[in-house]
Write a new protein. Structure first.
Length: 238
């Protein structure tokens, strides 16, 4: 994650799940992408922003999403970085594990689902929530969008949406304070969520029922991520 204050920059990196590619934010808004499975394989390009706050690599390492400091979100083809595939007023982006879907959460109360094969907008979901959302995740097959709305959401619930039709599937209530992070398990059946209230919760996505809750967790636990086989859940600090 990136700092919102330019006086206190953080080291912004992104790594693909198969550990083959690493992206790194450099000074003055440049981005460096390296193939870890190939020697002397790196690319540096200018994002057009004064500073990059977030990076998201596609699972196949063919594209990357950059979010600049107080700038728009940009989606780039790493074979040709002369111009982005698109720019949109958004601060959050996530790829599905199968690589077929990109979800972006905009600043005016809706999410955009992109088809990565055609690189075109597939669906616009009007959720009417607070701008940008505090966390977003897409199920591995790209069919379910999980979204939270940050500190202004008094329900402190995860909102689930059908990423194919735009239908609101329901909410997952239970947290007492803002939700930091959400993550789908590799099979898409379970969703994990962490909150400022110190709790970590696991949910059944289909039934929208809570499976378990660890109430005495770390209030700063964020950046949830399941291991590829789904047997471990890892969390970091903001």
């Amino acid at each position: 994650v990136g700092s919102s204050d330019p006086r206190y920059p953080r080291h912004i990196v992104a790594l693909t799940d198969d550990l083959t590619s690493l992206a790194e934010a450099l000074p003055e808004g440049e981005v460096k992408v390296r193939r870890l499975d190939k020697e002397d394989s790196s690319l540096i390009f200018a994002s057009g922003s004064s500073r990059v706050d977030r990076l998201t690599l596609s699972p196949d390492s063919s594209t990357i999403v950059t979010v600049g400091f107080r700038d728009d979100l940009a989606w780039w083809d790493l074979q040709d970085t002369s111009d982005p595939i698109m720019r949109v007023s958004a601060r959050r982006a996530v790829f599905s594990a199968d690589g077929g879907t990109l979800a972006t959460v905009t600043g005016d109360g809706h999410s955009i689902i992109w088809d990565t094969a055609t690189r075109r907008e597939r669906l616009r979901i009007e959720h009417g929530g607070q701008s940008f959302g505090s966390s977003v995740a897409v199920s591995p097959d790209g069919t379910v969008l999980a979204l939270t709305f940050g500190i202004d959401d008094f329900e402190n619930a995860v909102s689930l949406w059908n990423a194919t039709t735009g239908e609101h599937l329901g909410t997952l209530p239970g947290h007492k304070q803002a939700i930091w992070s959400v993550a789908f398990s590799p099979n898409g059946r379970t969703l994990a969520s962490s909150s400022a209230d110190g709790s970590l919760r696991l949910w059944n996505v289909a039934s929208r029922r809570e499976l378990m809750s660890i109430a005495e967790g770390d209030s700063s636990l964020a950046h949830l991520h399941f291991s590829p086989d789904g047997s471990y859940l890892v969390g970091g600090t903001p």
